[in-house]
Write a protein that binds this ligand. Structure first.
Ligand SMILES: Nc1ncnc2c1ncn2[C@@H]1O[C@H](COP(=O)(O)OP(=O)(O)OP(=O)(O)O)[C@@H](O)[C@H]1O
Ligand SMILES: [Mg+2]
Length: 411
């Protein structure tokens, strides 16, 4: 038994608060987690085996004892590399490479949802770059008007969202409200590491002032489940409500129907994989079906501005942080000040009421394989994903029916 508890590894390049949180949680749960670096490390594969070494330390033997590795490397590309290396070395990885591969691309994720019959925003993929350079000359072919025509033909002349297929933090997620803006946004689209080919365009979802981050997970030997609370990210300042842009967060209860859809989303992405943890992004097409007017919500968000500023300041202090536990206490106390207010309770109530009213118009648009959680999801929605990750890893170790590709072997 003790041996199995020693066999969980974690791989990352820099310890952010999430990784420190995973370590602190593992300690509380009495689980040993062995750290493997993924930056100044040399991974060698040769006919007589593999080596995993930094300049100062050889991790090869330690890695051999590991059965499951939590992949917390901090970019989608690094996670793909780390996942493929570790799986080739015979490790179960959470999340497995195949899940990372789907989540890497918004389009691939949406295709999975769509095939599984889950409701999504209408999404276009146009495999044509806005500009083509003619080889052997300095001529450029401009495709932006043709691409804008294709988008308008499919989505009509209203609002359209253009986004990079593999972007994060809402960067370059842009809204066009008319043809002129659409052509301009298309013209500004460049192929890059986050947007390798062409263009992803999406129907604008009139989600009022919030969207949802929902957590689904599966342990080995158990059926997938959805946490009954979610994070609502809320604000009126931008059509993008994600938290990276400074929006406020609320912990809300989910109706059973949304939890069921969410489980189906998780299954669509993970398929036969035995243990996984995903954060889903979803929006409700609320349109005019609002329970109160905008001003009611705006007044209360305004009252929350000051206590939320204290939360933001506490978060900022993590830079140069010396003592994780002390910083964490300060963060939690700042959140308590914000969450204990009447304004928080009323906005939360409005969001829950409107989730209930529009639950059948929920649209899922993304799955995140390595969600940030320590500073928001844990405190506000009450879900410590570190616990989920560690329990998933333990379930793989304890379940005899698992293989090393992360799939469950069914006899
Ligand atoms: N089709 C859409 N209609 C309306 N709003 C949208 C649409 N797509 C995205 N948004 C808004 O923009 C925000 C960021 O979009 P998205 O999640 O696609 O980008 P991202 O780069 O993956 O961000 P993150 O990493 O925070 O999830 C969403 O939280 C949502 O508020
Ligand atoms: Mg997103």
């Amino acid at each position: 038994m003790r041996k199995s508890l020693l066999s969980i590894g974690i791989v990352y390049e820099h310890a952010e608060t999430d990784e420190m949180g995973i370590k602190a949680t593992a300690k509380e749960m009495g689980i040993d987690v062995v750290y493997f670096p993924f930056r100044k490390v040399c991974v060698s594969i040769a006919n007589d085996g593999y080596q995993f070494k930094t300049k100062g330390k050889n991790y090869t033997e330690a890695l051999k004892d590991i059965r499951v590795v939590l992949n917390r490397t901090q970019s989608k590309n690094r996670r793909l590399y780390a996942g493929s290396i570790l799986e080739a070395c015979g490790k179960n990885v959470i999340n497995p490479f195949s899940i990372e591969y789907v989540c890497y691309s918004k389009l691939r994720t949406l295709l999975r949802f769509w095939k599984a019959g889950i409701r999504i925003p209408q999404t276009l993929f146009i495999p044509c770059d806005a500009h083509d350079r003619v080889s052997g000359s300095d001529k450029t072919i401009h495709n932006e008007e043709d691409i804008a025509d294709l988008i308008e033909n499919a989505l009509g002349q209203g609002r359209v969202v253009i986004k990079p297929d593999a972007g994060t933090h809402g960067r370059m997620v842009r809204l066009a409200t008319n043809r002129k803006e659409l052509t301009k946004l298309v013209d500004e689209t460049e192929s890059s590491v986050v947007n390798p080919v062409g263009l992803v365009a999406q129907e604008f979802v009139d989600k009022w002032f919030f969207d949802l981050r929902i957590i689904v997970a599966k342990k080995s030997g158990s059926t997938p489940y959805c946490y009954p609370t979610a994070l609502a990210r809320a604000g009126f300042s931008d059509f993008r409500t994600n938290t990276y842009l400074g929006n406020m967060v609320f912990g809300v209860d989910l109706p059973r129907e949304i939890m069921d859809f969410s489980v189906r989303c998780g299954e669509a992405v993970a398929q036969d994989k035995e243990a996984w943890v995903l954060a889903l992004d979803a929006m409700l097409n609320i349109r005019k079906n609002k329970s109160v007017d905008d001003d009611y919500v705006k007044t209360r968000l305004e009252r929350l501005r000051e206590p939320f500023q204290i939360v933001k300041e506490a978060k900022r202090k993590k830079m140069g942080m010396m003592d994780f536990a002390a910083w964490n206490d300060e963060l939690e106390s700042a959140y308590r000040g914000y969450m204990n207010s009447d304004a928080y309770a009323s906005v939360r109530e409005v969001i829950e009421e409107n989730i209930e009213r529009s639950k059948h118009s929920i649209l899922f648009h993304e799955a995140n394989a390595c969600p940030e959680f320590w500073e928001q999801t844990r405190v506000v929605a009450g879900i410590n994903i570190a616990e989920t990750l560690l329990e998933c890893a333990q379930s793989v170790i304890e379940n005899p029916c698992s293989d090393q590709s992360g799939s469950c072997i069914v006899e």
